[in-house]
Design a protein. Structure first.
Ligand SMILES: [Zn+2]
Length: 298
């Protein structure tokens, strides 16, 4: 990598740790954490093949999930709580075009459709969108990236969401910039991201579960996100830290290789349906709004 921060473009950084063969640095200007090397497109393609979402067998270069679809109830419960909060903070119209970037299997899109929104989703992997189309009847779920939206998608959306996504991509600045470009005037950009300044992050350092390359290449600071979005004329609507309910095996996957191997057994046991509320305070759900045209003209 060049010496520049991939988020804010500043040059000063301090080295942190080496985790799974990736060196991490912290930008002295915006406080974002990032790896010094990132995956090529070929490496990303291999990583997000279908075994990212299922079938973990212990290989280190394998994906992050063991049974993503099997965890639908937990994941969707968490997402529904977030959608309710977002709807309470905003003036999202009925029948809004809602684009979920990094839509995975379309669990969030199924929730927003229940509220009357038109669901659109893209994901780097084909596995999730295919499930959303065939099992959830969400025809607007496709493999793709925000930098090249499918031609039949609306060019501008009322809402664009990116929940647990920004840390996965290799060019966060490009992703956020393209999100802004595909928002209507007055539209909302919502995201949930890890907070490197949270107490839990500072206490756990390199053992923080957010520091897991090549799953994550950058943990953006709230200041870094704010700097990019304000530079595009967005204003902050609100932010909140919400707990998540996780299944017991989903929690054990956070504890290294031993935990992940233990969780393989748990997923096939009755404990797979035991839900545990987790409040680490290390993720933040935020909403920004694109300026309404001629907003200040009157
Ligand atoms: Zn920076």
């Amino acid at each position: 990598m060049t010496d520049k921060c991939r988020i804010c473009g500043a040059t000063g950084h301090t080295p942190l740790w080496t985790v799974s063969g990736f060196d991490w640095v912290k930008c002295l200007s915006c406080g974002s954490l990032q790896t010094t090397k990132i995956y090529t497109q070929n490496e990303l393609g291999r990583y997000y093949a279908s075994d990212y979402y299922e079938g973990y067998t212990g290989r280190q270069d394998q994906g992050a999930y063991i049974d993503y679809i099997g965890q639908k109830a937990f994941i969707q419960g968490n997402l529904a709580r977030r959608v309710r909060w977002i709807l309470g903070q905003t003036e999202i119209p009925r029948e809004a075009d809602w684009l979920d970037v990094g839509c995975a299997a379309g669990f969030l899109l199924e929730v927003v459709r229940e509220y009357g929104c038109r669901p659109w989703g893209i994901d780097y992997s084909d596995y999730g969108p295919r499930y959303a189309r065939t099992s959830l009847a969400i025809s607007g779920a496709r493999q793709g990236v925000i930098e090249a939206l499918p031609s039949d998608f609306p060019r501008h959306c009322d809402v664009i969401s990116a929940i647990d996504v920004i840390e996965h991509v290799t060019d966060q600045h490009s992703m956020l910039t393209h999100c802004v470009q595909h928002l209507k005037a007055g539209g909302y950009l919502v995201g949930e991201t890890f907070d490197p300044a949270s107490l839990f992050a500072r206490l756990t350092g390199p053992r923080w579960h957010a520091i897991d390359p090549p799953n994550h290449f950058a943990i953006l600071s709230l200041r870094g996100i704010d700097t990019i979005l304000r530079s595009h004329g967005l204003t902050k609507v609100g932010a909140i830290r919400l707990p998540r309910r996780l299944s017991l095996p989903a929690i054990t996957t956070k504890f290294g290789v031993i935990g992940r191997n233990l969780s393989v057994g748990l997923y096939s046991s009755r404990l797979a349906s035991v839900g545990v509320p987790v409040w680490l305070g290390d993720v933040v759900l935020w909403i920004y709004r694109k300026e309404i045209d001629n907003h200040r003209a009157t």
